[in-house]
Design a protein around this ligand. Structure first.
Ligand code: 5GP
Ligand code: ZN
Length: 169
């Protein structure tokens, strides 16, 4: 029987400039239908987009902690920071690096807090990894990252040495 279905091509979704590939067409990033941020990438729900490249997108947070509070995401759906492949992670950092001074200039902020809530236990509510860029001002009441924790563990030098040994990237 004659098959009328269109031909299927296997195309690597991300092609970095300068890399040699036979096909350089970039299809839409892989998305999760239920994910709010994937829906913003797809243009299905509105977002105040402030930056876009082939791999990353940035838009204003809908419930900002400060004027200019921006979220930076990989266009492809990954739940956690450590799920993002190397090349897309590099692009994500590059977008953050470019956005931080642009956001500070836009809202005349002398500083920013840049953070990932990486995993539910760390407060991640939207399961599509994202960097928060929050403009900071003297006396804004936000405090440093250390102010998030009521107490600190009292670790001995041996425990710190053991911990350092156990971390094997
Ligand atoms: P999380 O707690 O996951 O690190 O942060 C999620 C962030 O996404 C929150 O700051 C929240 O205000 C923001 N957010 C949630 N839903 C939407 C949305 O539909 N549009 C935008 N622009 N931001 C959202
Ligand atoms: Zn998503």
């Amino acid at each position: 029987m004659f098959d009328e279905s269109p031909p299927t091509f296997l195309i690597h979704p991300f092609v970095l400039p300068g890399e040699s590939h036979e096909v350089s067409i970039k299809p839409m990033p892989e998305q999760n239908q239920d994910c709010i941020f994937c829906q913003i990438v797809a243009g299905e729900i509105p977002g105040r987009i402030v930056y876009e490249d082939d791999y990353a997108l940035a838009f204003l947070d809908a419930n900002p902690l400060a004027r200019g509070h921006t979220l930076v995401i990989p266009k492809q759906h990954y739940e956690r920071l450590d799920d993002v492949p190397d090349d897309e992670a590099t692009a994500l950092y590059s977008a953050i690096h470019e956005l931080v001074p642009a956001i500070e200039a836009a809202v005349d902020a002398p500083a920013t807090t840049v953070a990932f809530n990486n995993g539910e236990a760390a407060g991640q509510e939207v399961p599509h990894t994202h960097a928060h860029i929050v403009p900071r001002f003297e006396g804004d009441g936000g405090g440093p990252i250390h102010s998030m924790f009521g107490s600190r563990p009292n670790l001995s030098d041996d425990e710190l040495d053991d911990t350092a040994d156990e971390i094997e990237p």
